[in-house]
Design a protein around this ligand. Structure first.
Ligand SMILES: [Zn+2]
Length: 363
């Protein structure tokens, strides 16, 4: 007689159908009885309230580890359905391969189990449907976040430098499904950091350069938002952030996971709520800075090039990278220390530049 283990999972994103563990176990046991399998009670693996999207399911990992035991503890793994096991095809293929290697047959108690090509096609369609469902749930979540954002509350993510995220009860007294008040995140001012933000805006509005601001902040030993020294990009990020005028802006960017980049979304996808939280800079000051930022020569013509020695040279003073970030009028490229040029003399005083003679390639 064949011996079976069971893997049961209850997920919190149960729009998919939150069949309880008890119910799943019942169905799996029924299947075992009807098909002449012995369900070994010491090999029932349960993962609870973990999203189907991630693969770190401890009990499932334990199940795989135990399946390697000798003598073999079970030759069949019963599941309630494929979506209990995984939510995408790649993961499913991986799990199937792992189980096959271990000589364990995977059986769904509630879906057809066919051998051969038909079976492969069918499980492939079933897992594809689960994956589609998972993407749909992502879309629901996005719609929910949008509703929160439209009311000026934080729809996720950290508060910008100068603020902290605090939670308050929904003003309408709304309760969640457990009867607790629904809470929303909003920004509260952090005095010390807010004073730095205000200074950055004032210095820039009075004609200071980003580099000049970086140099003064570093000279005073004020830690950057990331806790290290200030860089031009940190200052630029602050100057562009509308949150400091009291507005909440959501959905400006999209993370491209594959390319590991962040892309700007088109403006009509943004959600902007004015005066959503206390402002750090006045609307007038923000507008003065905005005008000045817009006047700067746009970077549109800037072509990202790859330079032969980028990332290979190191600064003798600070160990930072030497990259091309100075260019002469005739297009000549100069290597210099990034820490010197972005963070100022206080961080690295090596101001030497080297003209590039090597041929360059366009990326
Ligand atoms: Zn350096």
């Amino acid at each position: 007689m064949r011996t079976a283990a069971a893997y049961l999972r209850f997920s919190s994103d149960n729009q998919v159908g939150g069949e309880s563990i008890e119910y799943q176990l019942e169905e799996v046991s029924k299947y075992a009885d009807a098909n002449g399998l012995t369900l070994d009670e010491s090999h029932i693996y349960v993962d609870e309230a973990k999203t189907g999207k991630n693969t770190h399911r401890d009990s499932f990992q334990r199940c795989l580890a135990n399946a390697k035991g000798k003598p073999k503890p079970f030759d069949t793994l019963l599941i309630y359905n494929y979506s209990r096991l995984c939510r995408n095809q790649d993961e499913f293929a991986l799990i199937q391969a792992q189980l096959r290697k271990l000589g364990v047959e995977l059986i769904s108690a509630t879906q057809p189990n066919l051998g051969g090509l038909e079976g492969k096609l069918l499980t492939s369609v079933l897992t594809w449907m689960d994956e589609f469902h998972s993407v749909q749930i992502g879309a629901y979540a996005h719609a929910g976040q949008k509703q929160v954002a439209q009311r000026g509350y934080s729809a996720g993510g950290k508060a910008p430098y100068g603020y902290r995220l605090v939670y308050e009860d929904d003003p309408s007294g709304k309760l969640d499904h457990k009867g607790n008040p629904v809470r929303h995140g909003t920004y509260e001012i952090v005095e010390d950091a807010a004073a730095v933000v205000l200074r950055v805006f004032e210095m820039y509005a009075q004609g200071g350069t980003m580099k000049g601001i970086v140099v003064s902040l570093n000279a005073e030993g004020i830690p950057s938002p990331g806790g290290s020294t200030w860089s031009i990009s940190a200052v630029r990020t602050i100057l562009h952030n509308q949150a400091y005028a009291g507005d909440y802006v959501w959905n400006q960017t999209r993370r491209n996971k594959a390319a590991r980049t962040v892309e700007k979304k088109s403006r009509d996808e943004w959600v902007t709520v004015t005066d959503a939280h206390p402002a750090i800079v006045s609307r007038d000051l923000f507008d003065v800075v905005k005008k000045r930022l817009e006047k700067r020569t746009p970077n549109a013509s800037y072509v990202r090039r790859k330079y032969l020695l980028s990332g290979l040279l190191q600064c003798a003073s600070c160990g930072g990278n030497f990259v091309v970030n100075k260019r002469g009028k005739n297009g000549d490229a100069y290597y210099c220390c990034t820490r010197h040029s972005n963070r100022g003399n206080g961080v690295c005083d090596n101001g030497r530049t080297y003209l590039e003679h090597a041929p360059r390639t366009r990326s």
